[in-house]
Design a protein around this ligand. Sequence first.
Ligand code: 8OZ
Length: 359
Amino acid sequence: MTDLFSPAKFGAIELSNRVVMSSLTRNRAGAGNVPTELAVEYYRQRASCGLILTEATPICPEGHGYPRTPGIHSDAQTAGWQKVTSAVHAAGGKIVLQLWHVGRISHPDLQPGGVPPVAPSAIKPAGKVFTGNEMKEFVTPRALAENELPGLVQTYALAARHAIDAGFDGVEVHGGNGYLIDQFLRSSTNRREDAYGGSKEKRARLLFEIMDAVCAEIGNDRTGLRLSPVTPFNDISDENPQETFDYIVSQLGPKRLAFLDILKGTGGAPREQWVPFDYRQTRTLYEGNLILNNGYDLASAQADIAAGDADAIAFGRLMLANPDLVERFRRGAGLNEANAATFYMGEDKGYIDYPFLTA
Ligand code: 8OZ
């Protein structure tokens, strides 16, 4: 029977179990946004899960919107990631790099040349952004011109190539959580009147071009995608999420990606506040390996795997706080609590010092 501890094959990537480490932003990169030795240790400690999805990693300088997020656009960053992938592989794990561009979720203080960030449309997000020193109001982004989009697509493909050069088993394109690709997908942030805005087909066009370019560069069997149909995180929404995302996932099947990774619900908000969305419909419409994420524990993860609703389950807080989560699950052992005060920024504390089981 398929259970959480059984192996899986996602395209060219072989997982020893179906416990996935979710992508987690930790804001601990070193100078030049290069992953540090601490990152090597952090990921090495978690190599016993079936698959590690790295923290979101900007594909270009304009893709940054938070301090100390490691990139994949310089040689030094690629070399830094190489140390991470070597350590994870030596420990028997698999690791995929999450490719990220924040779009409008940035600030001139975080942009090369101090210019406004880019987005599908010039719509300012509500709220504030941490620039490294202080919280500042978001600004109105600059709408990307249609003739800039082929270059953006190629930037994703180049970053995917750098990821393979750095030894990753594959990449996950970050198409969720209100960042650039999601800003194109969802109607509240995309008011374009060209071939990349308007109907769901046009809003999804950039995503499909990016997926095709990345697949052509590194292989569909090493390419995954993260989507989050209903999270309002980063001031985003869609007029009809079920229709938009049913269309998207039905078009993705034939691309034969390694996996699709869906963030259910709204991120941190309680289940009662989730915008209704039928994830079983996603399962039916998407022909391929499906990772589900958000708020799972051992029992609910086993239940969804046993019911065939997902092929693997991704854990965020639990993987953050329990480097040996798989072993703890196997034994039914107690779990460390995650300390939210050390999620973002800082150094080793709350990063590489969560204890393993001792016996
Ligand atoms: C939390 C803080 C900063 C970034 C995401 C990359 O939600 C993120 C993120 C989450 O995908």
